[in-house]
Design a protein around this ligand. Structure first.
Ligand SMILES: Cc1cc2nc3c(=O)[nH]c(=O)nc-3n(C[C@H](O)[C@H](O)[C@H](O)COP(=O)(O)OP(=O)(O)OC[C@H]3O[C@@H](n4cnc5c(N)ncnc54)[C@H](O)[C@@H]3O)c2cc1C
Ligand SMILES: NC(=O)c1ccc[n+]([C@@H]2O[C@H](COP(=O)([O-])OP(=O)(O)OC[C@H]3O[C@@H](n4cnc5c(N)ncnc54)[C@H](O)[C@@H]3O)[C@@H](O)[C@H]2O)c1
Length: 458
């Protein structure tokens, strides 16, 4: 065994948060080792957010051309998958190479170590036989893998996960998707708009089951109008592959040329040596406190912490961990106003608690709802105006605790509601602001009125 290599901090796994943190700590003058076994930058730029959003940008334009056909004059588009595929391969992922990210990390002064890292004791990480010792400690940012489903016959088939689908050079004629969560819904619509015959099979009783029921209903209606077949409440029992895929779920039989499994993620926590630092490697994730501390000389950030599997959460936590490692007094992590956006068309933006979650927490819930298609802007826009605002307030305090904004700009519209929750701005105060006419955010005013502000204080 060679002599241990010393440093101040080891960042184990360089996803979005880990990369940001490693660079930040090195720029602050610390001696940082960054350990990465695959691509510096992690899932988001190579297999997640970026490639999927490039597909969605291309497919949304197809959707807009179809709206123009109804509202503006004859318009048509001949979908050509090679264009988003080229942007993904050449511009976004550079053929799934990470030279630019690796250079950014190294230019900041981080020592990049390629290989599989494992904690061996507090502050110590073994990377393929070489021991690294960090005086201040280790930050875990090991992220996730696609969940492997124990469905009879599935394992031996050439099914796609997100890591394969982003590399598709040609489209199948038909695609079955197991999972109607954010990945399943975003990609179902993107592929469908490119002409693929898409069927979604979801085990829960609705699409996007973590969102408000009204949102799931709206998205199901949009999917149905666009010709996407959705089966909810189905458990696939068997998958067979010959020329194409055959899925059976009870009496239901679905045939498709390709199969995408988008049924969730599993955290990369089982093979990182958690048992050597007093933590349980069979736990679903790594628990952290408000400074992202997870144990002796140990911090954890990103998907493995269980506070929302989003790039912005990973980056937010990187800032919190960085302050703590540098001995600064905060900021402390606060998850009241975590927002998320599913980039379907309409976009689904939400923040904080759903109505059901708020009730489960014993909050005296008041809700307000506004249908965007009934608003002045919705009427003006006509086709493509589906959407709604749903507000969840604590009637006792008059504060919003959750909100959903579905619509053409739902992902951006939700930001004003996130600000209200984050800044604890009373719903009454939000109601008294000026709402520009005619905008989608004007529907927030209608939803605030529907909350029954007279019944709330604040
Ligand atoms: C299809 C898809 C679309 C998505 N779209 C969005 C979106 O639009 N917006 C959004 O906010 N989020 C989106 N996400 C989620 C987002 O990708 C993740 O939340 C984000 O990547 C943050 O993850 P992370 O920081 O935990 O680490 P990850 O990105 O998972 O990276 C972890 C890194 O650690 C490395 N690693 C793991 N174990 C070891 C080890 N033992 N030794 C060395 N290295 C190791 C891995 O190779 C990887 O590079 C999407 C995800 C998917 C799959
Ligand atoms: N726009 C975004 O921010 C964005 C986009 C895509 C993914 N993501 C992140 O990536 C993560 C993974 O996304 P995802 O959609 O794979 O996961 P998910 O866990 O959010 O959804 C998976 C869905 O698959 C269903 N499912 C599970 N097992 C099933 C089975 N056997 N048969 C049928 N359905 C089954 C679940 O009920 C669930 O609805 C998410 O947690 C999300 O945070 C974010």
């Amino acid at each position: 065994m060679s002599e241990p290599v010393g440093c101040d901090v080891i960042v184990l796994g360089l996803g979005p948060g880990g990369q940001q943190l490693a660079i930040g700590l090195a720029e602050a003058g610390l001696d940082v080792v960054g350990v990465e076994k695959h691509l510096v930058g992690g899932e988001c730029p190579f297999y997640g957010c970026t490639p999927s959003k490039l597909m969605i940008r291309a497919s949304t334009l197809i959707g807009h051309v179809r709206l123009a056909d109804q509202l503006s004059g004859d318009a048509s588009v001949v979908p050509d998958w090679s264009r988003p595929a080229k942007r993904i391969t050449e511009e976004a992922t550079k053929g799934w190479t990470d030279d630019a990210n690796a250079r950014a990390v190294q230019d900041a002064g981080v020592r990049l170590v390629r290989g599989h890292g494992r904690l061996t004791s507090p502050g110590c990480v073994d990377v393929d036989g070489v021991s690294h010792v960090a005086a201040r400690g280790v930050v875990l940012n090991t992220g996730t893998e696609p969940l492997v489903l124990p469905i009879d016959g599935l394992e031996d088939t050439p099914y796609w996960t997100n890591r394969d689908v982003v590399k598709a050079k040609e489209l199948p004629t038909s695609l079955a998707i197991i999972g109607g969560g954010p990945i399943g819904c975003e990609l179902a619509q993107a592929f469908s708009r490119f002409g693929v015959d898409v069927t979604v099979l979801e085990a829960a009783d609705r699409l996007l089951a973590v969102e408000e029921p009204e949102t799931s209903r709206l998205l199901s209606r949009v999917f149905e109008d666009e010709g996407i077949t959705v089966h909810v409440g189905v458990e696939v029992d068997r998958v067979e592959h010959t020329d194409g895929f055959t899925l059976t779920a009870g009496d239901l039989r679905v045939e498709a040329e390709r199969l995408l499994v988008a049924a969730g993620r599993s955290n990369n926590v089982r093979d990182v040596g958690l048992e050597n630092v007093g933590l349980d490697p069979s736990a679903p994730g790594v628990e952290t406190d408000e400074r992202m501390r997870a144990g002796e000389k140990l911090w954890a950030i990103g998907d493995i912490t269980g506070h929302g599997r989003f790039t912005h959460v990973s980056s937010y936590q990187a800032e919190v961990a960085m302050a703590d490692i540098l001995g600064e007094d905060g900021p402390l992590a606060d998850y009241r106003a975590v927002s998320r956006v599913t980039f379907t068309d309409p976009e689904v933006g939400s923040v904080g608690l759903s109505e059901e979650q708020a009730r489960e927490q014993g909050i005296d819930v008041s809700t307000g709802f506004a249908d965007i298609s009934d608003s002045a802007r919705g009427w003006l826009d006509g086709a493509g105006n589906s959407g709604h605002i749903k507000l969840v307030a604590d009637a006792a305090s008059g504060l919003l605790v959750g909100a959903t904004a579905v619509g053409p700009t739902g992902g951006d519209l939700v930001s004003m509601l996130a600000l209200a929750i984050h800044g604890r701005v009373p719903a009454r105060t939000v109601r008294r602001m000026h709402f520009a006419f005619p905008t989608y955010h004007g529907s927030v005013m209608t939803a605030l009125d529907d909350l029954g502000l007279d019944a709330t204080s604040g």
